[in-house]
Structure formats: C-alpha cells, structure tokens
Design a protein around this ligand. Sequence first.
Ligand SMILES: O=C(O)CC1=CCC(=O)O1
Length: 262
Amino acid sequence: MDAVKANGIVLHIEDRGPRDAPALVFVNSVGTDFRIWDAVVPQFPDHRTLRYDKRGHGLSASEGGDSIDAHAADLAALLDARGIGRATIVGLSIGGMIALALSHLRPDLVDRLILCDTAHRIGTTESWQARIDAIRTAGVASIAEATMERWFSAAFRAEQPERVAIARNMLSRTPADGYLSACAALRDGDLTAVAQAVAVPALCLCGTADTATTPELVRSLAALIPGARYADIPGAGHIPCVEAPDTLARLIRGFIEEAPRG
Ligand SMILES: O=C(O)CC1=CCC(=O)O1
C-alpha cells in the first residue's frame, strides 16, 4: 500500500516497474478505484506503471475535485511528486477527460494519450444533475444496478456474476461526496476545444457494447483530435480493463510501439 501527498491531498497509488522505463499512467472512471487495472498492469512489466485512486475515490482523500481541471491538477502534481517527467496517459471515461485536460494544463508531461470509453463531453447537464439529485436522496448504492448495465455487456453480466458483484460493491462503497464531486465535474466539463488542440499521438478506444459512451460518441472524439486513431474493443461494455483486459493491453501495446512519443 503506497500513498503520496499531491496538490494538498493524500492519494492512494501504486507505482511499479523499472524507474527508468517509459511510464504508463492509468486514470480511473467515476465510481471505481485503481483495482480496475489489475489485469492490465501486469502485461507491462517493461514499463513503469502508475495508477491511483483519484480524489474522492477508493482510499484517497475525499474533499473537493468538482472540476475536470482540479483532477488534472492532482494528476500533474502526482507525476511531479513521483519524478515522472513524461508519460503515456491511459484514461477511462472521466479519466480520459482528465487525461485530455492534463495535455492542456501540462503538455510537458504527456507523450501520448490513450482515451478509453470517453468523450470531450459525456452526458448532459440534465442527466448529471438528475444523477446528483438521485444520489443525494438515496445514496450511491441506489444507482448500482443500472450502472452495472452500463459498465458491463449483457454477456459478461450473465457469465461473470461474481465479478459484477464485486464491481457493484466497489461502486456502492465509493464515498458519496467523492462521487457527487465527480458528477459535478462531468456535468460542467466540456473538453471540445482541448481535444481540438491535442498535439501528441492519440488513440481512442471503445467497447462495442458500451451504452454510456457509445462507439459513435468516441469516434466523434477521435474526429476532433488531430491525427487520432480509433479502434473498437469487440463485445465489451464501458469498463474494458475489467471485461476485456487482454484486448485492451494488446491495443495499448500496439499503439505505444507504433506511435512516436509526442
Ligand atoms: O458510471 C457511468 O455512468 C459511466 C461513466 C460516465 C463517466 C464515467 O466516468 O463513468
């Protein structure tokens, strides 16, 4: 178990692999902690891999974090604290928005962007406000069942009910304050201009069964980013690092090997 103080708060992290190897940094979606990358990270023993529970999630401190820029400032401070000068950033959902924001805030830190199941704008002001209101009334657990239907394909839910059950526990145990802050960041976050200004190689990925950020939406993100590529993750829902880790790792490795650092 490791921790670092960055941007004024304590973040729960895992920093493994050779210190002088190229760095791969993983950024989570809302309602998840860094365990979602458990089956992906070991596939990169030749890299330094850094993953963390973003503010308000997992074991990290839970105050604040109600803008995408605030999360990007946390990530920048984390990279500085760990002495990582440049990295390939892999961001899932809100994590992809945080990765995009980092490329704007601190372009010196970003070699490449791998943007999974994410977009320049996810949902609408109304949909996030409705979720905030529901959670204020009935708690995070009240949205767990509907969320599992977005996170995982129907086939995965039928075949792997135990793994869906622990994912549901992870979501339900997310501090309400942290989850609500992330919803506010999503409600107000629009990275359209940031995406259009990306100046490093970018790969956009999406599970073909993702109903939260559909392949069509993720393709529209790729169309905004100069020179970005797009690839499907066949059959996966919104959390391919859990549902299809081998496919995701293969796509990440292929991109790293082909795309020059920015
Ligand atoms: O849990 C969801 O609704 C899917 C999602 C949207 C943004 C994010 O980070 O996850």
